[in-house]
Design a protein around this ligand. Structure first.
Ligand code: FMN
Length: 380
């Protein structure tokens, strides 16, 4: 089967994934918060970024390579951290790490992944990033950072846009609990998705494995250990500026702050000594009155000389060009990799990367843009 003929766009992968992922898991992956206005705004404002086509440039193959924090990448996009990835598709963390290695792009593991840094270590690309929701307990924090570093994660991502849990009503209605439990209703949904269910039979019911390991250190009683509330308690998801300073002191590699949308924060973060900023609104999952990230991007870009990473709503190669033209040094995607896994299993991520690459090349041809640096001048 020619995947390009059958699944030429992310929307094709998404449609197939919908038929292969159980409903309650789909609602976790695919939903935003509130009425999902931010989710829609991210898309709408990306569509509103237009370029001026440019003619008579002769034949050329666009150069998609870039560098970020001293590393060279053949493509300007990578894999964003997604919690409970292995619930969305069995073995997702390992499959994505391997895909990143093959593509030579960064892979970012979430604190609340279903695999530990050690589990994923043998599969990591050269540039592996560890995303941290910072623990309250300094002992756990030091251990977590040490484990990540020893497993081969050289870049630390501190996510700051989850100061409190968001409501995500669709997800709640879907019925996913933490840890996931197959109630009769969810078991029926799972039974209708045999490829997913067979994989989960093999891997076991996914859990937040790294966090589970810390339940004892946090001295929680057995009943509260595995609940969302306990994970929420152990992880101080609302760090402040002092906490940031502590992490800056404790982590001697590159530190990136994820979830930046405002220019004044960008300037202050630079003063605090972070190495790069990550513009994100968590794909519209946190706050339903947020500006689209593509609108925040130029303001953040103007406020800092640090590298800027961008995500939330990227669906095509053209979207990547839009973000780069408006000042992003690198672009990350979260959900799309999981739609690709849901549609095509282990072959999905490479197929998605190929779609994105071909779409970038095609559109750069329309713009006469020979490299990513040419894009800003082609904005309308
Ligand atoms: C199901 C799901 C789980 C996520 N979990 C995390 C997480 O654990 N840590 C984090 O920093 N961001 C998390 N994110 C946000 C992503 O890293 C990323 O910012 C976002 O998905 C990018 O938007 P996109 O999905 O439109 O590409 C999650 C996103 C989704 C969809």
């Amino acid at each position: 089967m020619d995947d390009h003929a059958t699944y030429p766009a992310l929307s094709d992968l998404k449609a197939r994934a919908y038929k292969r992922i159980p409903h309650f898991v789909w609602e976790y992956l695919d939903s935003g918060t509130g009425s999902e206005a931010t989710l829609r705004r991210n898309r709408g404002k990306l569509d509103a970024v237009l370029f001026k086509p440019s003619i008579l440039h002769g034949e050329f193959t666009p150069d998609l390579s870039t560098d970020l924090l001293g590393a060279q990448y053949p493509l300007p996009f990578g894999i964003a951290p997604v919690g409970m990835s292995g619930l969305i598709w069995p073995d997702a963390e390992k499959l994505l790490a391997r895909a990143a290695r093959q593509l030579q792009v960064p892979y970012c593991l979430s604190t609340v992944a279903t695999q530990t840094p050690e589990d994923v270590a043998p599969h990591l690309p050269e540039n592996a990033w560890f995303q941290m929701y910072p623990p309250r307990d300094p002992e756990i924090r030091a251990d977590m950072m040490g484990r990540a570093r020893n497993a081969g994660f050289h870049t630390l991502i501190l996510t700051v846009d989850v100061p409190v849990a968001s409501r995500r009503e669709r997800q709640t209605r879907g019925g996913l609990t933490q840890p996931p439990k197959l109630t009769p209703r969810l078991a029926i949904q799972a039974a209708l998705r045999p490829a997913w269910l067979n994989g989960i039979r093999r891997t076991g019911m996914p859990r937040m494995k790294m966090m589970d390991g810390y339940a004892e250190t946090a001295k929680l009683d057995k009943q509260t250990r595995s609940t969302t509330a306990h994970v929420g308690y152990m992880l101080r998801t609302s760090p402040d500026w002092d906490y940031l300073k502590t992490i800056r002191d404790e982590w001697d590699g590159p530190l990136i702050v994820k979830g930046v949308t405002q220019a004044d924060d960008a300037a202050r973060l630079q003063d605090e000594g972070v190495d790069a900023l990550w513009v994100s609104n968590h794909a519209g999952r946190q706050f339903d009155a947020a500006t689209a990230t593509i609108e925040c991007l130029p303001h953040v870009r103007a406020a800092t000389s640090l590298p800027v990473i961008f995500d939330s709503g990227i669906e095509t190669g053209l979207d990547i060009l839009r973000a780069v033209a408006l000042g992003a040094d690198f672009v990350m995607l979260g959900r799309p990799w999981h739609y690709a896994l849901g549609a095509l299993g282990a072959d999905g991520p490479a197929h998605l990367a190929d779609i994105l690459k071909k779409d970038m090349e095609s559109n750069m041809g329309q713009l006469g843009a020979k490299s990513l640096k040419d894009l800003a001048s082609r904005l309308l």
